[in-house]
Structure formats: structure tokens, C-alpha cells
Design a protein. Sequence first.
Lengths: 459, 465
Amino acid sequence: MIGMEVHAQLSTRSKMFCGCTTDYIGAPPNSTVCEVCLGMPGVLPVANARAVEQVVRTALALECEISRHTKFDRKNYFYPDLPKGYQISQYDMPMARSGRLSLGDREIRITRVHLEEDTGRLLHAGDALETASESLVDLNRSGMPLMEIVSEPDLRSAEEARDYAVELRGILRAVGASEADMEKGQLRAEANVSVRPRGSQELGVKTELKNINSFRALYRAVAYEIERQVRELEGGGRVVQETRGWSESEQRTFSQRSKEFAQDYRYFPEPDLPPLELRPDWVAQLRASLPELPGELRGRLAEQYALSKFDVEQLSQESATARLFEQTVAAGAPPKQAANWIIGNAPTLDAQRLAELIGLVVAGTINREQGVRVLEEAQASGRAPGEVVREQGLAQVSDEAQLGLVVEQVIAENPRAAADFRSGKQQALGALLARVKEATGGSANMRLAAQLLRHRLIQ
Amino acid sequence: MKRRELSAVELLEDCLGVIEREEPRIHAFVRLSEELARAQAEEADRRFSGDGQVGPLTGIPVAIKDVLCVENVETTAGSQILRGFRPPYESTAVARLRAQGAVFLGMTNCDEFAMGSSTENSGYFPTRNPHDPSRVPGGSSGGSAAAVAAGEAVFGLGTDTGGSIRQPAALCGVVGMKPTYGRVSRYGLIAFASSLDQIGPFTRMVGDAALVLQAIAGWDRRDATSVDRPVDMLSSLERGVEGLRLGLPREYFEAEGMEPGVRAAVERAVLTLERAGAELVDVRLPHTDYGLAAYYIIAPAEASSNLARFDGVRYGARAESAGNLLETYLQTRRGGFGPEVRRRIMLGTYALSAGYYDAYYLKAQKVRTLIAQDFERAFESCDAIVSATSPVVAFPIGAKVADPLAMYVCDVLTLGGNLAALPGVSIPCGTSEGLPVGLQVLAPQWADGMALRVARAYEAASNGS
Ligand SMILES: [Zn+2]
């Protein structure tokens, strides 16, 4: 049984409760800060309306019920990356509850979606704060808007856990709520993993997996943890409720902190922020403005363009890819060809030029291999594919008379292969075709060349 | 000053002269900002000579409670833990005074983090009552009250969480006002209890309090609990009490520990208001008895969280000898906070703990709602409520230090106004045993002008001005 807690940094211009920029990656330490996100005495938070909007949009995309009344709470604990000694979060009245996320024909229930602020970061000389000889605090990340999405323990395998996170990333990007780049820490997944004997209805003791910063790490950590827990139980041991970190170098999880003595966060309503009312008409407006979500996009791509499941999956991973595909088709390219070119070559051409290139190949003006060269040249030079073909004289030789001369010459120069073919060895044709290709510098229309070869040899 | 009969620099020098004479006796200030004050006074005089805008507070010297951040001026909330802290930002209320051209004399003493009713819990030294230096000035804003009472400052700023402006105003014989919660931005006010704290003025006359409030009040985009409502403290000030109904809550007149002399002075003041044309009505505030308990759960609970940031990591004092993180926290906070602050942090931490939250914090919030409803009901039959501000006059320094509960009872008549977010004014109304007594006027939420109007009517009726 796997439940996921995913934190996503929201794409807003300013931080959650102050006017500081959110563009902190790469900035010098403690440079994108102000008295509010530094937790100085006497300062007050003011909630970022755009962040609230992003949470509601995401929650709507996850088919959640949006709370009409919601509020912020203080989560109290001491840590040097938490400048106020409390995190402004949401406790018993999250912005949204009871949603779902579809994975193929499986439905994963979403427990809640809430809004909070991010903490700063610590740098230790040594590996743990408690024993470090020196610790440095960087508060650039402090006060970044953070959305937490909690699922029910509905996931059943490491694959599903990974697929869930990937799908969630797609939704976050589609609604524009987060860039959701795991490597940049914009998307952080924690998995709660427990196992139980087949048929049992009781939940097993869970462990919480942290330090996961890629989808692959998520897959491996969950797979490792399932195996470890099964081994533990089958060996007569027990699973301890704890937080476990994923070690990328050792490819295993390790115990970080026992959860048997749960920390008391002394939650209480944040008195500096009035409760929020999310008006139904405003929510309805946001609902109406939601873009096409990944699931909807996939359904439409499959249906409208008759694409295979593989093609749909590949094209729908990034909304920009899907957009390029649809525009290329709109510009005249056949859907299957457009899909192949986009999936196989990740072109950076615009749709108009990509369609032009595909058109040249489909019409037989150039062959596929030439097409790839033209694509590269067009991308490097910024010229139109047709122009590249003309300038480099790349158009394939489709002239029967011209190609006929080459074919006759090749047959004359390779009597052995010609004889082999005539005596029934079909594969000899391949060797002859290779010679034709060589002789034309790769510009021969190979279909025509094969026809001509067969014709001449059989005569 | 507009008539150029007195310059801002002359007025400042007058105040500095009084400060030099009185400070050794009363210790109202924890630090003076003379240099800044001189520059501001000169700037004010330039404005008077036609070089800029002139407002009612231009050139007027003010004493600022040490919990209100003044940019680049050491601000410590009366605590050793913030020693040396110079905020790089300014509280909105102070910034509005600065914009008007007021002159900042310095930071006044207070109970540490505004926790107390006598200014004896200051992390520096106790302030003394100008009427009798062996006695307390009240608190927590005792320094600002004493400075105004002694003539060291023309007006003062304080903060009121459970009576911390009104009670010292009463004990020092000056006017003090706590506005409706949300009226004045709390931005830059070093928080004690966020849902109760409010900034307000100390003055010698009610009209001046109205002027100061007019200057500092109004919505601030940096305080989400400040409210965008029209601010008019002046237009109804002189309308008198003719035809107004004034409520007398029996619970407040029969409060525990009410000194007979205080009660007698307040009853005389009530008769003065009646003679001035007010109609007196009895009102009931049946949940008054539970107010003190609710207040001493809610305020410490919020304080325990508000004061968590003083951990020695980023600013203020830090215990340098600590060997690890936990020791840094413990030594910094043990060394930096005084005993009353530590007591309230512990009280508040306990009240918010798992398993106790419902029984304490949640129940206290329910009591708070009941108390607010008591007032709403009372205001259905009256325009304002009058009572004593403090059940006692200024008590000798040290008299209540050993008994926190006796000290907490000082707030019993004022904290209802904080729990219900009401505006309240304390105005001097005679003496008891030779010491000042304060009359409290409470008005409905946002009727700050009404509280000032009734106080002004009493002031006019009692001294014929
Ligand atoms: Zn900031």
C-alpha cells in the first residue's frame, strides 16, 4: 500500500507571504529575502492571491471539492531553516479535499490539497545538523509558495507510485501551477509504504520515504522498501514506523528518524491572516478557464488522429510536444508521419517548417535519411527545409532514365551479385542497392532504384 | 508653531530639559534618540517656514514604546534577547508619524514583550510613577504613560493587549486609548498576542489622542488584519453626551479587588456625565468572570508561537558557548528571556499541546465568542460602556511581583475590550488616596469616535474646558 505526499513549488512571481522574487535558484545565499521571509520581529504575512488561485486550479484539475471556508494555521517547531519557529500551513481546513487522479483505468483518491510556505536550506560541515562543526543557513527558499497534495494509500506498486508522480507533474504543468522539475526541487515526492499479507484488510506499519529527487529514484526507493518490508516480516521481524531516506549512491533506504514519538506541532489558527472565503462564483470561473488536462489530451489524440498508444504517450508528456504535433498536422503533415518525426527526432523547427520537411519526404522529393540531414541543417542554419534541399542539391534522384543508367552500371560492375540474384538469392538485391546508393551519394530514390534493379535483372 | 511663536527645536529642547530632570526619578526611557530627534525637529522647522507639508503632529515630540520598530533605532521589546537589534524597517504606525513630521524622543520602557501590568518585568529596570516614584506606573506601556505624565513627551505610543495602554494611563493620570482591533496596522509591532495587540496613543487631552489616532489609523497593505474603513476621529469629538445612553455593567463595578476609593471616584465621574446629559442604563456582561482565564490562555498561546523566532540564529543575543543546536536554543532563550516571559511561553505551549488544545485553547476561544456576544447585547441598549479602568490605583513597586495572579487581576476590567476587539479610552477621573484614577469608556467595534466623544465630554464637564 503506497500513499503519496507531493510538494510542489508554485509558479508565482513573488513569495507566499512577502514581495520577494521566487527566482532564487542560482542567486547568492540570502539575497532573495526581506524582513518578512527572514522572520524578523514584528513583521506580518500577507497571502499571495495568485498562489491561492494556483492551488484551487490544481485541486479542480484533480476533481477535488473546494472548501468554501479555509484558513491558515501555524505548525510550530524549532529548526534553523524555519525563521519564525513556525511554518504557516493549513491543518484542519485545507483548501480542497476528496479528489482523484486517473492512472489508466485505476483511480487514485486524493485526500487533500493545501497551501503552505517553504523553509530555507541548511548546509552542514559534516552530515547532520546535530553533529556538524559548522552549519550555514540560506533563507532564499524561505517563504516560497508550496502546495501539498496528499493521496490515499491507493497505489499498489513502485510503477504506480512513479506513474502517479509523472501524471501529477503533467497536470501541474498543464494548469500552469508549477514547473514541477524534480531535480530543481520544485516537485518533492514522499511515499508512505506499507505491506500486508495477501487478503488482509488491516494496514501494515508504514514507513515514510524521503530524499527522493527523480522519478527513477522514486521507483527504486519504493521497490526497495517493499522488498525490505516483506523480507523483514517474512523473517519474523517487524516494520518500525519511521522516516527513511533514499541513498542514491547505495541504492537503498536507511533509517532517518523514528516516528514512534510523534512530534507535537501545536497547530493553531494563524492569527495574522484572516480566514479565506473561496467564493463559488470565483471557483466556477477558474473551473471554466482550466486548460485541457493530460488525460483529456491523450483521449483526444488517440481518437482524433488515430495514433497508437505509444505515440499518444510520447506526444502527451510535454504540452509543448503535443502542441507542435497538432500544429504540424494542421500545417498539412499526415498525423502518423508527424508523430514519427516528432518522437524520433525531437525537432526544434516550428510546425510550418516541420510540415514542409515531412511534405518533401512524403512526396518523395527526398528520402528519409536525407530528410534527417535536411532537418539538422535547417535547425542549424535557420533556413527553410525546401531551401536547404535546393541549395545542397539534395533532391533524390527519381528520374527513371538517370537512375536507369546508374542501375545498369552497377549491374555491370557487380556480375557476381547479379548472378546470385538471378539464381534466386533475394538478399543479393540488398548488396546491389547499397552500390546504387553509394554511386548516387545517397540521393537515389531507393524504392525506384529497387524497382529498376529487379526489372533489369529479370530481363 | 504655525504662528512661529515656538519652534520645533525649542519644543524639543523643552522636552529634553524635562527628560534630563525627570529621568533619574522615573526611568521612562530605555534609550533616547536625541540625534534623530534634533534632525527631525530641524526638518519640522523647515516645513513651518514653508518648505513642505505641515500637519497637526509636525514638530511634536513623541515617546515610542520599545515594541514598535523604528528604522535603524535599537528596538528591543524591553528584552535582553533583542539587545542591539536595529530593525532595517519601520512599523507602519511610526512611519505614519514620521511622515507627518513628528519628533522621535526615544524608546520607552515596558514589561518584556509587553507581558505585565507594572513595567517591573522590563529586561532593564522598572519605571516609576511620576505621581509617586515608589509606585509602579502600570504596564505594560508604563514608560510611555510615565513620560507623558511627567511632561517629558507631548504624546506617546503604546500597545494594548489586555489593557497595556488604558491601565498605565489610569495609574499615571493621562489619557490612553486602545482602538478597535484592525484600526491601526500592527506591522512592525513586535507581537505579544497577535489577535489582541493594538497600537494606540497616550496624551494629556482627549482631543490630542484623537489627532494621533487619526494620524496612525487606516488600512495597511502589510497587515492583513487591518481594515479598510473610513477614519474619522475628529468630527464628532465635541458633540457631548446629551441624549447618549451610557451602560454601567454591574460586573465591572463589583469586580474582585475593586478599591472603594476607585469605585467612589468612578461613580462621581458617572454622575458628572449624567449631569452633562447622558442617560445611565444598567447593562450585564455575564461572562466577565471567565474573561481572565480565557485571556491568560489565548494570549500566552499566541505568545509561545510569536516568540519562537527569538532563537539566536539570525539576530539579537546568542549564547556562544553552546556546544550544539539544542544547547544554543536553550541557553539563548534561558539567558535572554525574563521569568514572566518564560512562564507565559510555558503556559501557552501547554495550552496548545496535543490532548490539551480542546480543553484549553478551543474552550478559551468559545469564551471569547461569548464575551463578544455579551458586549454586542449590551450595546443594544447603550451607546458606550463606562467603568473604572483599573480596580486599583498605582501600587508600590514590588508589591505584586511575587504573586502573578494578583498582577493578572489588574487587567480584569480592560481585557474584555481586547477579547471583543472594542475601542476603549481611559481618562483621568480624580484621585483615590492621592493617586490618579482612570475612567474607562468602551464603545462598539469601529465606534472609536464614540469612545473619544464620551471621554471628551467627561473631560469638558469635569474641568470646565
Ligand atoms: Zn521576503
